[in-house]
Design a binder for this molecule. Sequence first.
Ligand SMILES: NC(=O)C1=CN([C@@H]2O[C@H](COP(=O)(O)OP(=O)(O)OC[C@H]3O[C@@H](n4cnc5c(N)ncnc54)[C@H](OP(=O)(O)O)[C@@H]3O)[C@@H](O)[C@H]2O)C=CC1
Ligand SMILES: Nc1nc(=O)c2c([nH]1)NC[C@@H]1CN(c3ccc(C(=O)N[C@@H](CCC(=O)O)C(=O)O)cc3)C=[N+]21
Ligand SMILES: [Mg+2]
Length: 295
Amino acid sequence: MTARLIDGKAAAASLRATVAAEVAKFRSATGRSPGLAVVLVGEDPASAVYVRSKGKATVEAGMQSIEHKLPADTSEAELLALVDQLNSDPAVDGILVQLPLPPQIDANKVITRIDPDKDVDGFNPVNAGRLAIGLPGFVPCTPLGCLKLLRAELGDLAGKHAVVIGRSNIVGKPVAMLLLAEHCTVTIAHSRTRNLPAVVRQADIVVAAVGRPNMVKGDWLKLHATVIDVGINRVEGDDGKSRLVGDVDFASAREIAGAITPVPGGVGPMTIACLIRNTLVSAARRDGYQLPEDL
Ligand SMILES: NC(=O)C1=CN([C@@H]2O[C@H](COP(=O)(O)OP(=O)(O)OC[C@H]3O[C@@H](n4cnc5c(N)ncnc54)[C@H](OP(=O)(O)O)[C@@H]3O)[C@@H](O)[C@H]2O)C=CC1
Ligand SMILES: Nc1nc(=O)c2c([nH]1)NC[C@@H]1CN(c3ccc(C(=O)N[C@@H](CCC(=O)O)C(=O)O)cc3)C=[N+]21
Ligand SMILES: [Mg+2]
């Protein structure tokens, strides 16, 4: 049997529709719409594509999109001043500074400056700490999207062995924290891990967040494992055109896995849906407005 496809595009459309319906109720209750500020520094074409699709999703959900495009030579002080301004702007519920930032700007300094209660990316150290000790806060969008797909596919995750490949602050570590909170047994693998295929073979759940095209092969997987492919890698196809592939070798993995996310159409669309979800949650918290628990 080939693996079930986990349709992230459909799951994201459904979450976006739920958020839009809740935004409509929020607007009639409070008389205002949630606002998301997205800051893009420089001209990186991939970043510009993401920023555009975030803006589109925000507006489609009935929220306000506030875009700030700054030149590539913006100084750290100028960016910090903009963050301060957005922190104190009551119309702004969520702030996202698109990464990566140009080399003259210390990303950690900028992320730390964002008001933790407007940090819809969940990258501020306060939110990383809240996630680590089980306090309410903002969970990073890509990890939250992975968790939502896993819960929809598997239901209860307790006791499952999850192997997360990658330990970045924006994907690998927060995914591992979320899975631990779901009572998985969690292994975090990285570039110094020895015999990665043997580690991966123990996994009921594999989350690949590496940035290496097609690295995880089908014969690394335990039969019927659930595979979440976070990787977004642009490669040149046989026809010379560029296309997106994940960190998992989809063709071989789908013969062994029980279920697998495609790239594109897997985790990526969920990231954006979770961003507008977090923005609505932020607006509701700031106004003391009650949302459904399970959003
Ligand atoms: N779908 C989405 O919405 C998103 C997708 N992405 C994609 O996810 C991928 C990962 O992103 P990100 O976490 O930011 O990447 P980083 O480059 O920050 O981290 C990559 C991680 O992979 C590990 N790694 C590198 N090579 C190997 C190897 N050969 N074996 C095992 N582990 C290895 C690194 O280990 P070490 O720590 O030892 O260096 C590191 O921990 C990228 O393809 C990115 O484009 C990212 C964000 C959102
Ligand atoms: N502060 C910050 N927050 C982020 O969340 C953030 C960031 N910086 N920098 C870059 C990464 C990457 N990221 C993606 C979002 C959507 C898709 C997505 O929608 N992907 C589509 C395909 C899009 C395409 O065709 O290029 C898919 O997988 O189907 C992918 C990747 C968010 N990131
Ligand atoms: Mg089978």
